[in-house]
Each structure stands twice: as C-alpha cells, then as structure tokens.
Design a protein. Sequence first.
Lengths: 221, 223
Amino acid sequence: MILTLKIKCGIERLFMETRTNIQICPNCGHENSAQADVCKKCKHDLAANERDSTNRLDKTSAIPDLAALGLDVTDYGDFEFDSADVKTHHFEGFADDDAPIGDGAVRLKGNLILTERETGKKFVIPPADLQEAVIGRKNQQSGYSPIIDLSALEGHKYGVSRRHATISYRDNWLILTDHNSTNGTYLNGHRLVPEQARVIRDKDTIRIGGIILHVTYEFAE
Amino acid sequence: MFKSKTRPIALPQSEHARLAGLIAYHWGNADFDCPAIDFDSFVKGVTEHDRGYGLLDSAPIDGVSMKTWLTIQRQGLLQVCDDMLTNVVCWMHIRRLLSYASSPERDELRQMADSMIDESLAQLPIERDVFEWVDTITRFCDNLAFDFGFDKAKQGSVEVCHKIGSMERIKVEYWLEEDGVIQVKPWVFSVERFSGFVMGYQEDGYPDRLEPVLRPFTIEKRP
C-alpha cells in the first residue's frame, strides 16, 4: 500500500484551513475569529500568540545560493514512501531496568554539559535537573522557561519550539526525545522520529532547530 | 537502521554516522594526506554523509523499497547545513550512490546532485577534483562503518587518493572480526590505533523499548 504524503499534506492543509478560521484564546479557551487581535471574552492579547509562534525555518536561508538553483528545498510534499517503511513509535522504557549494561564510561556520573557551537555558551545541567530537562525557549505568555532555555541564543529565530525536546535520565542513561517540534531534533545529523527516544552520549552532537549543541559528560572523580 | 547479521541487535543511523565520522577524524599521516579542505568540514561531511535517513531510520537499511531509498537520498540532498564544504562532501557521496545504477528517477536525482555540486563549487570556488579526491575517503569511512554495522566478519577494500594534487589511488584493505577488532592495511591514520564503541539496541522491542548494547571496536594496523 502506498502512502502518498502529497495526499496527506493536502488533507492536513484542508484541515488547517478549516481550523484557521478560528483561533482559541490560550487564556480562557474562547473561540475567536482568526482576525481578532484580542480575545472577545477576556481581552487577552491574541496577537502575542502569533509573535511567539515557532519560526518555521526556511532551509534556503542557511544557504541562499540554493534558491538560485531553483530548488524549493522546503517542499517535501511530493515524496512517496512505502508505508511498510514508515513506523511511528512511542518510548515505553528500557527493557530490563536491572540488567547490567555495558561499560560505565558511557553513563553519566556528573553534570551534563551542552555547548552551543557558535557562541560557546555552556549549559551545565546537574543530574537532579535531568529527570526531565526540557529543551526549548521561554513561553512569553505564561512566563515558563525550560531548564535548557535557548531563548537567549535567538531560539525563536532559529526555529526552536517552546517545548522542543527533552533530555531524561533513566537508569543511568540519558535519553533524548523530540516532541514533534516544528523544525526537528537531530542526533549526529539524523533527524529523530518524534517521541522516539535515543540514548545520547559523550561527544554526540544535537541540533535543535537551527542551534547545534555538543554533548559533554562531566565525569565524577 | 542496521540489523546485525549474527545477533538480534539494531544499530541506528546516528551511530553509523558517528563511527564514520570518527574514522574520518583520525585520517592522515605521512603517506596519506589530509583533504585539501577544512578538516572539520570534512569530518562533519563524512559524519553526515547519510543524513537523509532520519525519519526513516526505523526500517532496516537493506530492507527499504527503491522508492523509499530514493526519497532518503533526496532528503539527503535537501537537508542542508550552513557549512557549504560539508554539504558538498555529503552531496558527492549521494551522487556516487546514485550513479551505481540507472533509472529515470535515479538519473533525475543524480542530475540534481550534479547541479547543486557544480553551482556550489563555482561559488566556493573549488575544483571538483578536490571533492572527488575527498569522496574516496568518505567512501572508505562509510564502507568500513557500514560493514561494521552488520556485525559480521568481513574483508573489504576501497581505493583512496593519497597525495594532494594527484588522483592516483591506493587500495586500502580492512578486515573486520566479530570481536570488534578491525585491521587496516596500509595504515591511513594519524594515530597508532584507536578504540571506541557504538551504541546498539536489542532488536526485540526496539525502538519502543530500549535495551542498549555496546559494541566495542578497535582499529589497528594489519601486521
């Protein structure tokens, strides 16, 4: 059976067009018209939603010369997959929590350090914060900031979602999970399937939207 | 993903990428020049040579249809980064894979790769031969990491360029043993030997349930 993404995208687009006739107020849940700037019920600033929405990265912006080739690199709609090759997953956990697994050298024994490639900014995350460390950017409306907050690194410009991905510490392993983010999470150059966990380890490279982070394990003495 | 030929272990593409990149990172000695492009860009390009897999990594690497494989290669061409040298290293690899056979779809993609490469080279500007030279090393790193992914004893070889300014190639052979020892002859690396491991997972339940399995390797000189 052939799954044609073009059709799927068309259906989704149709759905989106239907839904975009209204906008739901994040403050009170009231359904407002798509054109409304403030909520008719509670006067909440609806335009702030748009200002704070995730910036979908135009891949041509990274390499402007590709556009000169006439390549629409943002259009993935014509791609066809055999459905047997495509599977979505939901992480259930580790198979055997008590199993002696491998070499301790891959297990985190100290802080996790994420170093941003361009600026060298370091995020030092102690194990206590790694039960579920959200990577994302500040929610301007609620004021919530994730533990690994990329706002100051122009997260919005670089397509970071507010709740983009999480790093969790389970059974001494660090796992990275993308939360269906707009611009994706990449591990060593490979885009992760949303909600499909992967163990990350020392010297891995993570890309969050357009921001690249190098992983360092800080080992305990 | 790679599925071991000898054990129920799956290996994701991100680990194959990491191993290929690690091999590239150690490239070069008195007999084998480093590429004539920025070394970090080269290593990154080798690491990301298969970057089109991503969302389709749940399927066995040798079990996808040609249609899906072409989609993966197309994604590999279009998933660009901000380092043009890295992109061209990746595109040269994909272009080579596409050239191994001919069909209207493959040929169309290959032409697309050629257009992207030529346009980029004109802007850099760097001669195409420089990247043809680099691509022989990409191929070596990929082949070695690829064969390691299947977890089975095997011998292989790749002809690589070894002196900058010359397209002359030398056959470099490798031997993989099931215990993770990899021997290479002639020796192409900058260190005497190096070791590491890749992170596989027990195939049962993967990827919904993760049971990590470490696969150590040591790359050393063949006596």
